[in-house]
Each structure stands twice: as C-alpha cells, then as structure tokens.
Design a protein around this ligand. Structure first.
Ligand code: AHM
Ligand code: MG
Length: 334
C-alpha cells in the first residue's frame, strides 16, 4: 500500500528542520489548513445554495465583495484567533490590521497577511479561486504589535503559500526549504502530500496576461508580448496565451508547466493592480523557492519596501528565463 502523508503529519515531520522551533509555526500552518477545508466546503457548494452574489458591502479598494469573500475572511480570521499563534492579521478585506488581543494571542510571535478569496469575481462562473497567505515573525517581543512590524519586506517571510479551490483543491506552501503541494482527499477530509519538492521549469511556453489592456501597457511589456507571438522554432515560439483571471490558478498552472504571469503597470493602474503584502510577496516566495523568479521589472518583489498594507506593485513572475527576458525588454525601453 502506498504511504499517504497528510499535511498535519508533514508539518510535524518538517519541524525537525528547525531544531529550536517550539511548534508555533507548525500550529499556525495547521490552523490555516483547517480553515481552508471549511472554505473549500462552502466554495464547492456555492452553486447549490444562495450564497453567491453581492453582499452589499465594499472593501478598501472600492470593489464589490461577494458573500464568499466575507465568509472566507471570517473563517481564516477565526481560525487564527482561536489558534493563539498569531497576534495580527492583515487581510485584503479590511482597511486596517486586525489585532488579536486575546490572552493567548497578544504575545504570539507571528503576523499573517492574507487574501482570503482571491479571484472571487470568478466564483459565479465556476472558475477556480484561491487563498493566498504570508507569515512573518514579529520584530519585537513586548507589548501589542506595531504597524511597522507588519510592513516587512517579503524576504523576511517565514512561510507562505496558497490554496487553490479548483477541479481538486490543493494547498501549496513553503517555509523557505522548497515547495510542497497537498491535494485535498474529500473522502478522508485531509490534505495529502501529492506534489513533493515542486520545481518550476526554467523556461516554458505559456504567457499569462490580460491582453485586453495591451494599449495601456508600457512599451517594454508590449515588446515582450510581440516577442512571445513571433514564430521561432528554436525557442518554441509562438508561446501559448493562457489567462484565467484568477492569479492563484494562473500561477499554479505555470508553476507546474512552466510559464510567466504578468500584471504590469497600466495607464489606468499606474502602480499595477495586485497587492504586495498578500498577493505578490507570498506567491513570489513560493515561486522563488521552486526555482523561479518574481520581479516588478527592475527589482525582486521580495525586496520592495512596503509603505502601506494595501500597496500595489507590477509583477512578472514564473520561469526564471522568461522573467529575465521580460526584464531585458523593460530595461531596453526605459
Ligand atoms: P481580486 O483580489 O479583487 O480578486 O483581484 C485579483 C485578481 C487576480 O486573481 C487576477 O490575476 C487579477 O485580479 C485579474 O485582474 P484583471 O481582471 O484586471 O485581469
Ligand atoms: Mg485578491
């Protein structure tokens, strides 16, 4: 019989990589895994019950929230609150950080930045959505956490990952020692190790970008897109264009097959659209750990200094050679 390793068992086994660890990070990851299973249950039955549709509230970016965004946000925050290992949560769905002031959590070491349900405009049409999370250690030990403890560069992440609610549900994460993927087996209700030591091919043939914005892109990005489309047998061009519009799903596919995901600045989003703290940094950590690259065209995503929670950044992320190529086009046109 094949040995099945559950996420819980794997996390405990991996604790040995950190000899001085007291198990707090393991418990935090376990809590995220539990909340993901609950959110998965609701996402799966979304077509059956009256949970779809606008909840009538608007988040900080002025976007309409779907009910499932709110549900996912509540589930993750509640799991982090009761787990006791996290003192502050920054979520896409809240203007400000949520300080967890319970007796067990106020001295907790960890800070979590989370997009509880990314790509939620896709839910109504049965397309994959995801959760993205990022974990930092506090920089001080006493008293309530301060805002600048949350605004740390991505390179200080201690763990990060995503959950993709797709044709099957997967949780993929890193603690800085490679990337591992777990598929939810609904028959036993456990995430099981299905993709150990994930690596992204150094080059691929897929580019993912919202080409409808073409005329609004910077010249270097336009030039790169044209490069992707030109026929050249030596480099397998023209490349294939694949864009789901759900970042987790697009990046997950490119991680497995090789490819690049681009969300550049546009004339209507001069700082890019995607958020540094809970979308770009965690996915950059995962992709770098898998051997890929993530930049804003000029510097590593994880070296960007954050100034506020909902900061946006352009992003080019995926197979290393493809990211280097787009950077070269961007530099040429500067
Ligand atoms: P959201 O956080 O409001 O769901 O937006 C993020 C999503 C990403 O998942 C996706 O890559 C991108 O927005 C798509 O944006 P666009 O429709 O502009 O191409
Ligand atoms: Mg999002």
């Amino acid at each position: 019989m094949t040995k099945v390793t559950t996420l819980g068992q794997f996390i405990i086994e991996k604790q040995a990589d950190f000899p001085y660890a007291k198990g707090e990070l393991s418990r935090l990851l376990r809590d995220i895994g539990i909340a993901a299973k609950i959110v998965n249950r609701e996402v799966n039955k979304a077509g059956l019950v009256d949970i779809l549709g606008d909840n009538g509230t608007t988040n900080i970016q002025g976007e309409g929230q779907k009910k499932l965004d709110v549900y996912a946000d509540e589930q993750f925050i509640s799991a982090l609150r009761s787990g006791g290992e996290c003192c502050v949560v920054a979520s896409e769905e809240h203007d400000d950080c949520i300080f967890i002031n319970s007796k067990i959590s106020q001295n907790a070491k960890y800070i979590v930045c989370i997009d509880p349900l990314d790509g939620s405009s896709n839910i109504d049409v049965n397309v994959s959505v995801g959760t993205i999370f990022s974990i930092y250690r506090r920089t001080t030990t006493d008293g309530p956490a301060q805002i600048d403890e949350i605004l740390q560069k991505g390179e200080r992440q201690v763990a990060a990952g995503y959950v993709i609610y797709g044709s099957s549900t997967m949780l993929v994460y890193t603690t800085g020692k490679g990337v591992n993927g777990f598929t939810l087996d609904p028959s036993i209700g456990e995430f099981c190790l299905s993709h150990p030591n994930m690596t992204i091919p150094s080059r691929g043939t897929i580019y993912s970008i919202n080409e409808g914005n073409y005329t609004k892109f910077p010249q270097g990005v336009k030039d790169y897109i044209k490069y992707c489309q030109v026929e050249d047998a030596m480099s397998d061009r023209p490349f294939t264009s694949r864009y789901i519009g759900s970042m987790v799903a697009d990046i997950h596919r490119n991680l497995i097959k090789g490819g690049i995901f681009l969300y550049p600045t546009t004339s209507s989003h001069p700082n890019g659209k995607l958020r540094l703290m809970y979308e770009c940094n965690p996915l950059a950590f995962v992709i770098e750990q898998a051997g890929g690259k993530a930049t804003d065209g000029h510097r590593r995503i994880m070296e960007i200094e954050p100034h506020h929670l909902h900061q946006r950044t352009p992003i080019f992320i995926g197979s290393s050679e493809m990211v280097e190529k787009v950077e070269a086009f961007v530099r040429l046109s500067d």
